[in-house]
Write a protein that binds this ligand. Structure first.
Ligand SMILES: [Zn+2]
Length: 122
């Protein structure tokens, strides 16, 4: 999942404060609140929380956090991280600092997307 078009807004990873430019790989958690059984029904504005791939994987691999909301978000991120290795690969690429640059001579490298610039279809 990629943070989508938000004009005039810079996004930052909630955990490490890394700036997440538009189109960069990240995980977005959307959240809104709504009244139930109360009239008139009220609905809050939606909030979006973003995590960079490294923090997403790190959070998912780590122990459960404290707090019901944190656990709910943690389970969602775990679901994403565990369902497809693409997010792990994105984190790996960031860690290696080779986004868009394939270093020559690395024989152990796994398959990489051919596209440059960090744009990657999930
Ligand atoms: Zn981060």
């Amino acid at each position: 999942m990629v943070c989508e078009k938000v004009p005039l807004e810079n996004l930052y990873c909630l955990r490490c404060s890394r700036e997440l430019e538009l189109g960069h790989k990240s995980v977005a958690v959307y959240m809104f609140a709504q009244t139930v059984g109360i009239r008139p029904r009220q609905k809050s504005a939606a909030q979006r929380i973003c995590f960079c791939p490294q923090c997403s994987v790190s959070l998912a691999m780590g122990p459960a956090p404290e707090g019901a909301l944190n656990i709910a978000a943690w389970q969602m991120i775990r679901d994403l991280v565990s369902s497809d290795p693409a997010l792990n690969q994105a984190a790996w690429e960031t860690l290696r600092g080779i986004v868009g640059v394939l270093s020559a001579g690395e024989t152990e490298s796994g398959p990489r997307p051919a596209c440059a610039g960090g744009y990657f279809e999930f």
